[in-house]
Design a protein around this ligand. Structure first.
Ligand SMILES: Cc1ncc(COP(=O)(O)O)c(C=O)c1O
Length: 490
């Protein structure tokens, strides 16, 4: 790159930093990505050191380092030990829209951003850095893949490929599911939650996200009103907003969601009673009965997301809302993400057969059916009892991490953190003047990953002083040292 080009690139980067709708490192990263795509930074080009670029742009070195790290994870640039970063060969040749081979014409690039609408709530912000696994203290929300039962999965998959299972594993099932998996869900998972269901009340999905998407597509449209927990699960909120639903925030306290006295204005209520996301509160049985009675009186439907009820450590979890529902008003969405692995993308919906049949047809247009081989392998694993063993092992490991983090936070944090009876994360409220996003950036420099909680809230004035700390993905031994590091910033 000539020095003129260099200054033009730096000027453009500097300009891109002035848009303050995204964190700085993201803006810088996007600016660098565009420079590579435009061919300003070509394959093999050395990037300035983080100190030099930080000086040029008047940002912190952390910002530059974080942008570089993410670009490296995404394959745009490559680290060279003790030298710095270079643009990957094969990139930055302008192939996406630079001059033709003979240099005679410029092919206009498709402006995809103009063709695509903004995402519904304009908030698709990732709360964890790319490459979080490489940090020493990854307090991220969600399971790590470490406990995945590779041996029993491999055995079950080999069996799933035998002649007698191939019809399900490898053939097109049209809009049907694997009957063996439906049977296992019916006999092993649902009774643990107090739910009885016939096979025609169950639909297999690609995880909760997919199940919820189908339910919302079937039942919610522009003008529908939906009550959602506030704070709540951002991915659910985004699905409702995509359907142009009007959202009504429902506050949450230590007993679970507080539904308004009348639900008559609401078409649907979305709740996570087994483990409220993100506060981890388990809704009391009294609140559950009250919510069901109010919904029955006012004609609202309830969607119950029961994503991690198996991880209750200090008592038996109360029965699911669906188990208490005598009117068929509750649509239950479940997931294998927390119990086996999120990468399997497997979940299920339990509801009235008429609704299930409708969802089945919607699903068919979208993707026909979740992969037969994944369904049959999971079913075979469950049939020989390995699923139960995995859950018990996970619960043991998670309980021990939960004790470690609860104790460490109690000993080392300057403010109290409400105790939970289970789950895989803590929800921490700092003092009101705490900016959890800045704290997360600072802590990252010390190798500690935490997730700011702002995106869990609804509305324009979202509190910024909450954050989540997952404890499933981090080693037990790293929990206390990680909290010690974090506590220095508090
Ligand atoms: C509230 C909530 N529901 C559901 C899920 C699981 O989603 P999926 O089954 O799509 O992986 C999660 C995972 O993070 C969650 O936090």
């Amino acid at each position: 790159m000539t020095s003129e080009q260099h200054y033009a690139t730096v000027a453009r980067l500097s300009h891109s930093l002035s848009d303050d709708t995204k964190p700085r490192y993201r803006r810088l990263k996007d600016g660098l990505t565009s420079a590579i795509e435009r061919g300003e930074l070509r394959g093999g080009a050395m990037l300035p050191s983080s100190r030099v670029l930080a000086d040029h742009l008047d940002v912190s070195r952390n910002t530059v380092n974080r942008a570089y790290r993410e670009l490296a994870v995404e394959g745009f640039i490559e680290p060279i030990e003790r030298v710095g970063y270079v643009v990957n060969e094969g990139l930055g040749d302008g192939a996406a829209g630079g001059p033709d081979r003979d240099g005679s014409s410029i092919a206009p690039r498709v402006r995809w951003d103009e063709r695509l609408g903004a995402l519904a709530d304009g908030d698709d912000e990732r709360t964890r850095p790319a490459g979080w696994r490489s940090y020493p203290y990854p307090f991220v929300v969600g399971p790590g893949p470490e406990g995945f039962p590779i041996g029993s999965w491999t055995r079950a998959m080999r069996t799933a490929l035998r002649e007698e299972h191939r019809g399900t594993s490898l053939h097109n099932l049209d809009d049907q599911d694997d009957p063996l998996l439906v049977e296992q869900i019916r006999r092993i998972i649902l009774p643990g939650r107090g739910i009885q269901a016939a096979p025609d009340q169950i639909l297999v999905t690609l995880g909760t996200q997919h199940g919820l998407h189908l339910v919302v597509e079937a039942l919610i449209g522009a003008g529908s009103t939906v009550g959602i927990e506030d704070p709540g699960y951002p991915d659910a909120r985004r699905i409702f907003l995509k359907q142009e639903a009007k959202l009504v925030p429902l506050p949450v306290d230590a007993l679970g969601v507080i539904a308004p006295e009348g639900l008559s204005g609401l078409d649907m209520v979305f709740v996570t009673p087994g483990r409220q996301f993100p506060t981890n509160v388990t809704m009391t049985i009294g609140r559950r009965r009250k919510l069901l009675a109010q919904a029955a009186r006012d004609g609202a439907l309830i969607v119950e997301d029961d994503y991690d009820s198996e991880y209750c450590y200090s008592r038996r979890p109360p029965p699911a809302l669906k188990a208490l529902d005598t009117a068929g008003r509750v649509v239950y969405v479940g997931s294998f993400s927390k119990f086996l692995a999120p990468g399997l993308r497997l979940g299920f919906v339990v509801a009235d057969p008429v609704l299930i049949d409708h969802l089945r047809r919607l699903r068919h247009h979208m993707l026909r059916h979740p992969p037969g081989i994944i369904q049959r392998t999971t079913a075979l694993m469950m049939e020989v009892g390995d699923y139960g063993r995995v859950i018990r092992r996970h619960r043991r490991v998670l309980r021990s991490k939960w004790q470690a983090i609860t104790e460490a936070v109690e000993d080392l944090f300057p403010w109290p953190v409400p105790s939970t009876d289970g789950g895989m994360s803590l929800w921490v409220a700092g003092p009101e003047d705490l900016d959890a996003a800045s704290l997360a950036e600072q802590a990252l420099d010390d190798g500690v990953v935490i997730e700011p909680g702002r995106s869990c809230f609804l509305g324009p004035d979202r509190p910024a002083h909450y954050f989540q700390m997952g404890f499933a993905a981090i080693d037990r031994e790293a929990i206390r040292p990680g909290i010690e590091h974090l506590a220095r910033f508090l």
